[in-house]
Design a protein around this ligand. Structure first.
Ligand code: SF4
Length: 500
């Protein structure tokens, strides 16, 4: 392969172009031929560094990106495979990673993934044994040879980031999670889809100010009315199209030819803005029929590149009452250096409960707590008899069930999620920060209730420590402790907090 995505994004000075391909539910025939033809035309064109292939988008079954990716890699075009945690547990994910290594696919986009959709006989079971941060960690360990000592992989792993959130807790949650992904050694990042240039700029400002620069590609979706409507309705987790933009797009597409031309122009303008702002590249989506659309966008980008600042006002599509971390620069319409005040707090009652649980945690569940060795001795005694063990389980379960809807996972993580239970409150069981799917503070899956991380942020903010919400890497749940006492497991140093 002459050019690789890794080399382009790390070494060359060129603005990197990637393109998303979406396999269908067929293993052969027109959909597969079309995807292969687009990849082949992109290779011939020479301006695209890699194509990315989605992994069961929307949680619905589709042709595996691994087999399609192998064919495309063999043809000479580099591939980034989307790798979601939804459908397989850690054993399956590790096995799949080994398979990718064998197939010669090195670029991986590590994702928590959309929630499960429908397959054979109904909705699939949501697995989410790992989240995106744990997955990045697993892949990094496979690279270092610390997970499978006799086998060192050479993955080049990236992550996704959703900067287009409307509320303060969601915005800050996404940025804090990105920080964790960068610490887990994500080598690149790709944004979700949005058309608010101030949010695009904000992400770069946060990376600069939080010292977490990672080569980032901005997503540019070639908008047609169907996709715009679905994004406006929030049916594509993390992607945002406002009512105003939807109206413009619908208007443009009243004449199909004009609509297509306007979509190309909008994509080219957004891509040159991204380049001007300092993005490392653009990631194009929404190209399903042929490569010609992207070819026209790339040609147009060459013509208008120098004028990128002129186009900024055309991408001023804020969501109503949207939070921005930085104040608006009145001259450019993007971010100034000045920070906006932050103010999201939980209710006084929640704050009292939060402080109460923190106090209990501080006193009883730290290995450095004043009476930690005495607690340990008691737990050793309790663990000895079956009766005593059952008794402590009952004593733990009753209050925790009432207060946290505890699921008795045996490896408690409430302290990492603002004293809320990720097993009962988050359908993706996330322990390392929010997924990208929340909308207006509500959960992607249970849209009638607030995202657990939104609540956690408001709790930390109420004691002016919102920046501590996500903290250090939390290992995945230890399933071997399922249905045992997490109190005993903690003091007997069996759970994920045991000192290594
Ligand atoms: S609770 Fe939040 S993090 Fe969990 S699935 Fe819902 S939106 Fe995602």
């Amino acid at each position: 392969m002459d050019r690789t995505f890794r080399k382009d994004i790390l070494d060359s000075n060129d603005f990197v172009i990637t393109m998303e391909l979406v396999p269908g539910e067929q293993s052969r025939g027109r959909p597969v031929d079309t995807v292969m033809a687009i990849a082949s035309d992109a290779l011939e064109d020479g301006r695209v560094s890699a194509v990315t292939i989605t992994d069961n988008p929307g949680g619905h079954p589709a042709l595996s990106p691994d087999v399609l990716g192998e064919e495309i890699v063999r043809s000479g075009m580099d591939v980034i495979v989307h790798f979601a945690c939804r459908d397989e547990n850690r054993v399956g994910l590790e096995s799949r990673a080994l398979q990718l290594g064998l197939l010669g696919i090195q670029n991986i986009l590590a994702l928590t993934g959309d929630f499960s959709g429908e397959g054979f006989a109904g909705q699939g079971a949501p697995v989410f044994d790992l989240d995106s941060v744990s997955l990045l960690t697993m892949l990094r360990m496979m690279d270092e040879g610390t997970l499978t000592p006799k086998d060192k992989e050479e993955f080049f792993t990236g992550c996704a980031i959703s900067p287009f959130k409307r509320t303060e807790p969601e915005c800050m949650g996404q940025y804090q999670k990105l920080q964790k992904k960068v610490l887990a050694q994500a080598s690149f990042a790709i944004t979700q889809v949005g058309y608010d240039v101030r949010k695009f700029h904000e992400l770069l400002c946060v990376q600069r100010d939080w010292d977490m620069e990672v080569p980032t590609l901005g997503s540019v979706y070639v908008l047609a009315p169907g996709a715009a409507r679905v994004m406006y309705q929030g049916k594509i987790p993390g992607a945002v199209v406002t009512e105003k933009l939807l109206g413009i797009v619908e208007n443009e597409w009243e004449d199909k030819k004009k609509g297509h031309a306007d979509a190309i122009e909008r994509s080219a303008q957004l891509a040159v803005i991204l380049k001007g702002l300092g993005y490392r590249g653009a990631h194009f989506g929404g190209i399903h029929k042929g490569f010609e659309t992207l070819s026209r966008i790339l040609d147009r980008m060459e013509e208008i590149e120098e004028r990128w600042q002129e186009f900024l006002p055309g991408f001023d599509f804020p969501q109503e009452n949207s939070f921005y971390l930085y104040r608006r620069d009145p001259d450019t319409g993007i971010c100034s250096e000045l920070l906006n005040p932050r103010g999201k707090r939980c209710s006084n009652w929640e704050k009292i409960m939060f402080q109460f649980f923190r106090g209990i945690h501080y006193a009883f569940f730290r290995h450095t707590a004043p009476f930690a060795s005495q607690y340990r001795m008691i737990c050793v005694w309790l663990d000895k008899g079956r009766f005593r063990n059952s008794l402590i389980r009952i004593l733990e379960t009753i209050p925790k069930k009432l207060m946290f809807s505890c699921q008795q996972c045996g490896d408690c993580a409430i302290q990492h999620v603002g004293f809320l239970c990720p097993e009962s409150q988050c359908p993706k069981y996330t322990r390392n920060g929010p997924c990208g799917g929340s909308r207006d503070g509500m959960c992607e899956v249970h849209t009638e209730r607030q995202c657990v991380w939104f609540r956690a942020y408001a709790r930390w903010a109420s004691i002016n420590q919102a920046d501590k919400m996500i903290g250090e890497f939390v290992p995945p749940r230890m399933w071997e402790l399922n249905q045992t006492s997490s109190w005993l497991n903690f003091h007997l140093k069996k759970d994920h907090q045991r000192p290594e």
